[in-house]
Design a protein around this ligand. Structure first.
Ligand SMILES: NC(=O)c1ccc[n+]([C@@H]2O[C@H](COP(=O)([O-])OP(=O)(O)OC[C@H]3O[C@@H](n4cnc5c(N)ncnc54)[C@H](O)[C@@H]3O)[C@@H](O)[C@H]2O)c1
Length: 268
């Protein structure tokens, strides 16, 4: 099988290294808007080939993996599916856009393809997904990050908040997941994953917290409903080359790819 990876940054690199070792993967096609990023991966992979442009009608791959950002997800994921290719989406926040969501789901139906959304950087999504098949009263996610994990957020800049200067734990946002995902597009994909697995973008509550005393990206998921109560906490080490991305997110993409390739899914 051949695979396509769009985005050769932190997550794309971990997936490429893992895919290189997977026997049933023959070719790894790499595409990055910054060709130097894709080029760097050629030296560490025996199977990788770099694409200078992305013509989804012409390439022969089973799955396209988006690890590039919400804008890229919106640009490529529907077209991937419409071209009869399965899609794995890491920039899950893109699904808050109803048009994008509808176009993907229509293509899934029309072409019989799969959309794979890895659990990413958060634990408890498996149980939440099962629990949501009965009534759920509350889903609350608290994402706490060090200042580096929240740098460059336009919404904070507009509010004049300098996370690097915060001296104590500060709640930067408290409200529905849909808005959190739009205000922190590169920081709280987990809020989108939790929403899709549970009770949706409007009913899921999210707190985004900056804590200058922490070095980990932590996510606390709480849910209560007919199933009982769920609490899950993850304390993720950030990727060395992208402090906004937790290493666990890259590993969840690898684990999803292994399940996809082997056709054996555990914990679903
Ligand atoms: N689901 C989760 O839990 C989770 C966790 C962490 C990160 N993410 C998301 O996954 C995505 C990738 O994360 P990362 O840490 O690897 O990012 P990164 O910044 O390290 O790498 C992204 C790469 O994509 C490339 N890129 C950007 N726009 C592109 C486009 N239009 N076409 C092709 N390439 C493009 C960039 O040049 C860069 O090399 C981000 O959107 C991030 O928010 C999701």
């Amino acid at each position: 099988m051949n695979i396509l990876i769009i985005g050769c940054g932190s997550i794309g690199t971990v997936i490429t290294k893992a895919a290189d070792k997977m026997q049933s993967i023959e070719k790894i096609l790499l595409y990055d808007i910054d060709s130097t990023r894709a080029d760097q991966l050629l030296s560490i992979s025996r199977k990788a080939e770099m694409l200078s442009s992305l013509d989804l009608e012409k390439i022969d791959v089973s799955i396209g993996i988006e690890a590039a950002g919400q804008k890229a997800a919106k640009e490529y994921v529907p077209t991937i599916l419409e071209n009869g290719i399965d899609a794995m989406v890491m920039s899950v926040g893109a699904f808050v856009d109803r048009d994008f969501q509808q176009r993907c789901y229509k293509a899934v139906e029309a072409k019989g393809r799969l959309v794979l959304i890895p659990s990413g950087a958060v634990a408890g999504v498996d149980a939440l997904r099962s629990a949501s098949k009965a009534k759920i009263d509350v889903v609350k996610l608290t994402s706490t990050k060090p200042p580096k994990g929240l740098s460059g957020v336009k919404y904070l800049q507009e509010k004049g908040i300098k996370v690097e200067e915060l001296k104590e734990r500060t709640i930067l946002y408290s409200g529905p997941a849909g808005q959190a995902v739009q205000l922190f597009p590169a920081n709280v994909n987990v809020a989108a994953t939790v929403s899709l697995a549970g009770i949706g973008f409007d009913s899921t509550q999210v707190d985004v917290v900056c804590d200058p005393a922490t070095k980990v990206n932590s996510h606390h998921l709480y849910a209560k409903g007919e199933f009982g109560e769920l609490e899950a906490t993850t304390r993720n080490l950030p990727s060395p080359d992208n402090p906004k991305t937790s290493y666990l997110a890259s590993l969840s993409a690898v684990s999803t790819l292994i399940s996809y390739v082997s056709k054996i899914w555990t914990g679903v």
